[in-house]
Write a protein that binds this ligand. Structure first.
Ligand code: NAP
Ligand code: GFB
Length: 311
């Protein structure tokens, strides 16, 4: 990308968008256009059309989305489908109408079938049933991938799709009802330690396995993709290693220094048993994650994670 190119980072205030913005600023890019959702609701087709016509960005990072953990996905099924479809359709279509040179779309590892062979390869997409708890969100993300490819096929748009695994890092969401597991556990153990609580509740059985990538590693991968990757289809972005939720809880317990007990509440769903991604496609092109989980969680905790965001 040209150093003076105008880059629109949609969702720049979120965990991923802010990490990508930090990475691009570090590289010397300084011609950004951003909007918070109260200024520009990306579900609003007319507002997005006016925004793109006025700003005409050269590049777009689409990191705006309705995002949440297993509980939020399972409860707000309509919002996860509607919001994400509207955001994607409006940003991708108006990028095309306004001649955006390249767009990076962010999907998620939940797009793969619940029981697909592990580690998950990109060609597993649409080969089986999805996990029910986040099917609406996954369907929206799959639509985004297919839309990028359809606009490449019909209009020659260079729109690429990256599939990150579960992420964590600065500006994560710590709302205990709607967040992902890692920020939730960091907050739960932290508050239990402060309050001297005898136990911490962990959802599910503790047996599912998850892969966790620090968001600064993701931002590095996204920068590489923006500079070097111009192919249709999708590319997994992860660490290539996973652990059980029980092991994760014990890791966070050690990091926080909490000495009480862990209680598993199976009233909550486990979700997908495992979703370890095959990261060889990006590894063959020279990118690998560098931040280990123990180190990353310690850094997040030491950063005295931000106040809980409004629900
Ligand atoms: N977190 C993960 O574990 C994870 C894993 C895989 C993939 N991803 C993907 O990464 C991307 C970003 O996720 P994240 O974790 O950074 O989420 P996040 O912290 O919740 O940030 C989402 C951003 O989207 C913006 N947004 C939401 N609805 C909007 C609307 N109607 N109009 C305009 N902006 C809107 C928000 O803007 P405001 O702040 O201005 O309200 C927010 O900054 C998403 O595509 C997500 O699917 C995330
Ligand atoms: C990357 C994201 O993965 C998401 O799936 P997924 O990893 O199961 O979403 P998480 O909410 O991170 O849950 C991962 C696992 O951690 C368990 N878990 C244990 N304690 C907690 C807790 O306190 N909070 C939460 N949230 N989970 C907890 C949860 O039951 C599940 O088995 C998708 O729903 C999203 O759409 C997105 O794709």
């Amino acid at each position: 990308m040209e150093k003076n190119a105008k880059i629109y980072v949609a969702g720049h205030r979120g965990m991923v968008g802010s990490a990508i913005l930090r990475r691009l600023e570090k590289e010397g890019y300084n011609n950004f256009v951003t909007r918070v959702s109260s200024e520009l609701d990306l579900r609003n087709q007319a507002a997005v059309a006016d925004f793109f016509a006025a700003e005409k960005p050269d590049y777009v990072v689409l990191a705006a989305a309705k995002v949440g953990g297993i509980n939020a996905n399972n409860i707000y099924r309509a919002e996860f489908l509607y919001d994400n479809l509207m955001i994607q359709n409006n940003v991708i279509h108006n990028s095309y109408l306004n001649g955006v040179k390249k767009l990076l779309f962010l999907g998620s590892s939940c797009i793969y079938p619940k029981m697909a062979p592990q580690p998950l390869q990109e060609n597993a997409l649409l080969t089986g049933e999805l996990e029910s708890t986040n099917e609406p969100y996954a369907i929206a993300k799959i639509a985004g991938i297919k839309m990028c490819d359809a606009y490449r096929s019909q209009y020659g748009c260079n729109y690429i799709s990256a599939m990150p695994t579960n992420l964590y890092g600065p500006h994560d969401n710590y709302d205990l009802k709607n967040s992902h597991v890692l920020p939730a556990l960091i907050r739960k153990f932290h508050e239990a330690k402060l309050q001297g609580a005898p136990e911490v509740e962990v959802w599910g059985t503790g047996t599912p396995r998850r892969e966790f990538l620090h968001v600064d590693d993701l931002a590095e991968a996204c920068y590489w993709l923006l500079e070097n990757y111009n192919e249709p289809g999708l590319v997994n972005v992860g660490t290539g290693t996973d652990l059980s939720i029980r092991e994760l809880a014990e890791l966070v317990q050690r990091t926080v220094g909490y000495e009480g007990t862990i209680r598993f509440n199976t009233d909550y769903p486990d979700g997908t048993p495992r979703k370890l991604m095959d990261v060889s496609k990006l590894a063959e092109k020279g990118w690998k994650a560098t931040i280990g989980l123990e180190e990353g969680v310690a850094a997040v905790y030491a950063g005295a994670f931000e106040a809980v965001r409004p629900a």
